[in-house]
Ligand binder design. Structure first.
Ligand SMILES: *Cc1c(COP(=O)(O)O)cnc(C)c1O
Length: 518
């Protein structure tokens, strides 16, 4: 910076402002900068491509402390000279040590390797930057989203009145479903002249949501956010296969009715996060019909079965749902985020409709407004990713990717079941495996439950720190287990056997520590 002896005069100030605006506008996405746009985005794409082609393991094992000092050392008030320099720095603060889901030895959470057509869409949708709230911010994008909602609803057989909206993820979809269910319940109770006593907020205290003990935590969190409290969620026990027990549900419903409570919703899960269990959808639908409750199916994980060539039947009964959550960013191999809430009756979306004079006045009914169906206002055109995926790959290929992961899980299930060092908590149902390392001591006795708890947590941490593989952990009946979530159609049984050997050798050396023997 030049050192000014005296403050700059008006002319100099004006010049430097002009300079600043000139260099700033060179970064705007517009006709003049189109070539610069392609060149710079290509630099970013090439950095990612170079990284993915060099990647030999899912993680480096970097610690939060190491990363923090690198990220904190960046001077955000002093920009770098160009994109190349910024990408070089990004290698240090992100790319080198990120967790890579495409690697065959990433087997932890429901993160998928992503398909290239969706990445093409990402480039287009963020450049055009449509916002899905109103037609005057999106035009054709609105209709593309609507076609995909109609397509997904038809795959599930939700009927001619179905509708829905794209959301940021399964948690948001579940939240919106329960919001619709809550308002619907309030409306039904108020319409009933017999129920004069049911008035807000005393009615809210009476509403109950029935879901399996294995369902996703976003159900309880939604109940809390909806003003019902965590206690509004009644956990229904599962059978040994981790599917909701319909007889237990009937019992819980009867007890609630006796206590003067109102069944607001029955939430089934089509693919639980841990066991991939699919609740008995047809039976639960019947129970919901009989009790007047909204029937929501959380198919955040199992939704991909709708395009499966070989496992579609696992979703039988889903056509009776009042609403369905589908996470395209899980089993449709889409980049985060991409999810949808589908509803049987478009009219129920009125519960999230508000009219704002500046955005969607009640009079402007001639233009399709997605904001009328969403709890978001400004919203990404995430639907374009699924659109280009269907147009380039087709649904059959997507289904084949998920089918392959399901087959792999079934093969790994056999390997685990026949290995005396490991205990498989349940046979795989979709593409997850819950198991623990619990070998025999040299004296022939089995490692105790307590010791296995600590051991399996330590194995998971040690393997994560090695970066050689990433596996998840969970609890079953209060015991610590390890978990594989398989979504990679290119991972082989040999790859997963490799992870098992790593878990075994890590476990063996942890057991050999002097304190472990004490
Ligand atoms: C992943 C998952 C969710 C949450 O979805 P997000 O996209 O992470 O918000 C909800 N339910 C189930 C069964 C899931 O597996």
């Amino acid at each position: 910076m030049p050192n000014h002896a005296s403050p700059p005069g008006p002319a100099t100030l004006c010049d430097s402002r002009t300079e600043l605006v000139k260099s700033a506008t060179a970064h705007l996405f517009n006709a003049r900068n189109a070539a610069r746009y392609s060149a710079q985005v290509l630099q970013g794409v090439e950095a990612a491509a170079a990284k993915v082609s060099r990647c030999t393991r899912p993680f480096t094992g970097v610690t939060p402390g190491e990363m923090k000092s690198r990220v904190d050392s960046v001077d955000l008030d002093t920009p770098l000279p160009d994109t190349a320099a910024a990408l070089e720095e990004l290698e240090e603060v992100y790319l080198r040590d990120a967790v890579y889901f495409h690697d065959a030895k990433y087997a932890a959470h429901l993160n998928c390797p992503v398909v290239i057509p969706a990445l093409v869409a990402e480039a287009v949708l963020s450049a055009v930057n449509s916002s899905m709230d109103t037609w005057d911010q999106s035009a054709g994008a609105t209709l593309i989203e609507r076609r995909l909602i109609a397509w997904a609803a038809a795959q599930l057989g939700l009927g001619a009145a179905a509708d829905g909206v794209f959301t940021s993820g399964g948690s948001q979809s579940n939240f919106q479903a329960l919001l619709l269910a809550r308002n619907q319940a309030v409306e039904w109770q108020r319409l009933d002249p017999e129920n004069d006593g049911f008035r807000l907020p005393s009615l809210l205290e009476k509403l109950r949501i029935f879901t399996s003990a294995d369902s996703h935590f976003s159900i309880e969190k939604s109940a809390s956010m909806l003003g019902l409290g965590y206690d509004a969620v009644v956990p229904v026990p599962c059978g040994p296969d981790h599917r909701m027990d319909p007889r237990a549900l009937t019992g819980k419903l009867a007890r609630a009715r006796d206590e003067g409570l109102v069944p607001m919703a029955i939430v089934a899960t089509a693919g639980t996060t841990d066991f991939g269990a699919i609740d008995p959808l047809a039976e639960l639908a019947a129970a919901a019909r009989g009790s007047g409750a909204w029937f929501h199916v959380d198919a955040a994980y199992g939704g991909g079965l709708m395009v499966s060539g070989r496992h579609r039947h696992l979703l039988d009964g889903i056509h009776r749902a009042d609403s369905v959550t589908v996470d395209f960013h899980k089993t449709f191999f889409q980049p985060v985020s991409s999810s949808a809430l589908l509803v049987r009756d478009a009219a129920t979306l009125r519960h999230v409709r508000y009219h704002a004079d500046y955005l969607n006045p009640a009079a402007a009914v001639d233009r399709p407004n997605q904001v009328d169906k969403s709890i978001q206002t400004t919203r990404r055109f995430d639907a374009l990713k699924l659109w280009l995926t269907l147009r380039i790959m087709g649904a059959g290929q997507l289904g084949a990717l998920f089918d392959q992961a399901i087959d792999l899980a079934s093969g790994v299930g056999e390997v685990l079941a026949s290995d005396p060092d490991f205990e498989l908590a349940a046979p795989p149902q979709l593409s997850t495996l819950v198991f623990r390392f619990r070998p025999l001591h040299p004296d022939g006795s089995r490692v105790s439950d307590e010791a296995a708890d600590g051991l399996n947590q330590d194995i998971r941490s040690a393997v994560f720190a090695s970066g050689e593989a990433v596996v998840a952990g969970t609890k079953v009946a209060d015991r610590h287990y390890l978990k594989f979530t398989l979504l990679n159609a290119e991972a082989t049984l040999e790859d997963i056997r490799g992870i098992l050997e790593l878990l075994r050798s890590t476990g063996a050396s942890l057991l050999a520590r002097p304190e472990a023997r004490a």
